[in-house]
Ligand binder design. Sequence first.
Ligand code: ASP
Ligand code: MG
Length: 403
Amino acid sequence: MALVVQKFGGTSVGDADRIRAVADHIARTRRSGCDVVVVVSAMGRTTDDLIRLADEVSSVQPPREYDMLVSSGERVSTALLCMALAELGVAASSFTGSQAGIVTDTDHMKAKIVDIRAGRITEALEAGKVPVVAGFQGVSTERDVTTLGRGASDLTAVALAAVLGAEVCEIYTDVTGVFSSDPRIVPDAHKLLRVSFEEMLEIAAAGGRVLQLRSGEFARNHHVPLHVRSSFTWEPGTWIVEEDDSMEQAVVTAVVHDVSQAKITVARVPDKPGIAARLFRALADRSVNVDDIVQNASVDGTTDISFTVPRTDLATAVEGVSGHLADLGATGVTSDVAIAKVSVIGAGMKSHPGVTATMFETLAEEGINIDLISTSTIRISCIVREEDVERAVRALHRAFDLA
Ligand code: ASP
Ligand code: MG
């Protein structure tokens, strides 16, 4: 029997009615002749609420206890969903990440999966049951509860789909798929029917919020086809699959923006070997995720290095750099949060020159100044002022005929 992994995000299981609607859909999938493994997120904003509660209780939050706390939201969803399934006569069993055999390293709050021992899941399937697994969590090699990072229920689903050899991993959410741009900003953005993993990863990395980046990487590496779709309309969504020749290669597939980053500039560092290495080692040691990096041309043997980091990592990053200023020979460090990134992405860019020129011309016509530029083979990104970014997205969507 074909096996489908179905993952339901926080809004999909946000209240009792939603949980019943999800149970109904699972029952329907079962009746169509598929085996189903379900992965759920915490209801609605539960995870945020738990984090807020922790902040109210204490400024000291040992990572082990943080994980114990925030992993509880998913556990609630699994039990409630199994009850809703029971009422429909569908045999189901809930599993925590640990019970599902998701083994991770000991890096709390952003643990990595090191092994999946899905014995209990396959046993449940063989017994004709629907296993309902708590997303976003696992058990460490030291036997403590760990979490895999915000948004990582997707990762749980993809990882299980990979080890169980599922035909598809369906990611149910509150939007109907992946769009050519954020429909809240660009009303005539259209739903993409198929995108390649390559494009999807660039979209996720550039700030497209539909799929968590690590999950996309895992799916690509393990060849798990993904189907991102709505649990409100249940209509077919966007398929994320391996690129093949039959795919029509639009030059530009999507225009994506990201307002979650901040820029750091380290002023007047000596332009000599080893300085950048020391700077970014200091950041890596603090687990800061550095995104775009630019080093200016050097004047009088010194140069400025600018880079972007998630706003949530800004304080850690600035502190890390500040502690090394003398060692780096730099004169100071400044930061700017009022920035945003706009990116155009498309696999067809590889064979179509001129996209960069069109992008820059479009921004110039809008009078939007470009601060930093970075590219990959299928993406061009510009850092602009945050207040300009929505205008930039709309203009680029128009310029590349994505409507
Ligand atoms: N509940 C977790 C979070 O809010 C995991 C997830 O939703 O994927 O980050
Ligand atoms: Mg989520």
